[in-house]
Write a protein that binds this ligand. Structure first.
Ligand code: TYD
Length: 141
């Protein structure tokens, strides 16, 4: 399978805006409205121990939105040439990660919740979990 030729600058932070009131805020995510892919799966990370790292993989096809639904953490994007470290700390901001990029997550605050909206169902065949292999596939492009 070919790895998509995207780079870290193809990823962007989307301000999803919020419906706010003195009683609290609501942020809405809708397929085709403020999410540019059809959401097939939603999952969330929580109870991540202090100092832990997650991610450490790339996807062939899957794209995703990552939201700090609570607390904060950093996402490190890597396309084999460039790296970007992006801090997420507001529930109305989503990081859109396009396919073909290596990502790691770290600096999780206590009690943080990482909400992920994914364009595909879970499929281990879509993952590249070895960074050396990722670089080889990326350089072939
Ligand atoms: P993994 O992708 O390694 O997590 P992260 O990228 O957040 O560090 O997934 C951890 C485990 O959970 C692994 O055994 C695969 C499994 N898993 C599923 O079964 N379904 C899913 O939708 C996800 C995201 C993970």
């Amino acid at each position: 399978m070919a790895l998509k030729n995207n780079n870290v600058f193809d990823c962007s932070i989307i301000d999803m805006s919020k419906i706010n009131a003195t009683t609290g805020n609501i942020t809405v995510l809708e397929n085709g409205v403020n999410v540019p892919f059809d959401v097939k799966r939603v999952y969330y990370l929580y109870d991540v121990p202090s100092g832990e790292e997650r991610g450490g993989h790339a996807h062939y096809e899957l794209e995703q939105y990552i939201v700090a639904a609570s607390g904060s953490f950093d996402v490190i994007l890597d396309d084999g040439v460039n790296q970007r470290r992006i801090s997420l700390n507001r529930p109305n901001l989503a990081l859109h990660i396009v396919p073909g990029l290596w990502r790691e997550l770290d600096s999780f605050s206590s009690g943080s919740i990482t909400l992920v909206l994914a364009s595909e169902i879970y499929d281990e065949q879509d993952y590249i979990r070895n960074y050396t292999e990722y670089l080889k596939l990326k350089i072939k492009k």
